[in-house]
Design a protein around this ligand. Sequence first.
Ligand code: AHG
Ligand code: MN
Ligand code: MN
Length: 332
Amino acid sequence: MTQKQQSMITTVQQHILQQQANFPDATGTFSWLLSGITLAGKMIEAKIRSAGLTDILGAYGNTNVQGEQQQKLDVYANRAMEHCLGLRDSVAALVSEEDDEPVVYNRDGETGKYIIVFDPLDGSSNIDVNVNVGTIFSVFKRPQWGDVNSSVLQPGSKQVAAGYVLYGPSTILVYTTGSGVHGFTLDPTIGAFVLSWENMKMPEAGPYYSVNEAYLEESAPVYTQFVHDMRSGKIGPKHGSRYIGSLVADFHRTLLKGGIFFYPPTEKTPLGKLRLMYEANPLAFIAEQAGGAATNGTDRILDIQPEGIHQRTALAIGSKTEVEALRSMLKG
Ligand code: AHG
Ligand code: MN
Ligand code: MN
């Protein structure tokens, strides 16, 4: 790479420092915190790259608090996130899909300023078939007073940052601190996430809808009508269908191309399948920052006051056209 090209790159750490204006009281603390996530992302990426060569595929043999079979990579990703973030003394607590309770660090309010909520590996069912998986994270400030546990349950509107690492043909990091959405590509030759897309904007509408059609009959008939209306071009363009089965990958495609991803309440999951705090909230923050929308069908995702760290929610997220159309159909 020529000297000029070399000087052209912006790493995610540099970008965060440029964004530091949003964190007047976080003298570089936040970029140090984010470097814990990027380090964990590189560790997880390395494991995924060599999955077929090492004993990291398949079930770990435990069932997690979700009642799901933990995959070995779920456990590895969780340990990587806890190791890399736990070492940052600005972390007051970690909340993970894979842990029953928050991991609380004994740090005073001045030092331990942040609470990080994460899905260490999203799309676990796709690990063994070499399809995109990801890590999703959400960052809250710890309120000055009160014990940490009670300050974990904050609505998504209080997030100070959110993002994801998507492990696919390339490994990318997308994040927002409330000043737009920015995307980085891991450059393996220098081991850094390098700026690829600044101020990402979600298209107004179409061309895909994304839902697990196998469960549509288990949901309210209005969802089947909604799919018909999208296929026929009654809502935006005539939509095609895409469903990867990894939320983070289905969302990333929706962010880039437009359209809607939705996981409605079903007989098996009457409250929705996806988790509010570490799947819906962070992606809803990104969607809104990119000009899109996210709802549980009636309410704005970011307005929902969580009752529990593993609370589930219905989710419809993507371009405003489709999300608003679904919401008005559900209103009747
Ligand atoms: P996780 O692997 O973290 O448990 O998340 C899986 C989620 C989400 O990634 C995906 O959108 C959804 O499960 C797929 O659910 P179905 O297999 O029921 O379609
Ligand atoms: Mn997940
Ligand atoms: Mn997961």
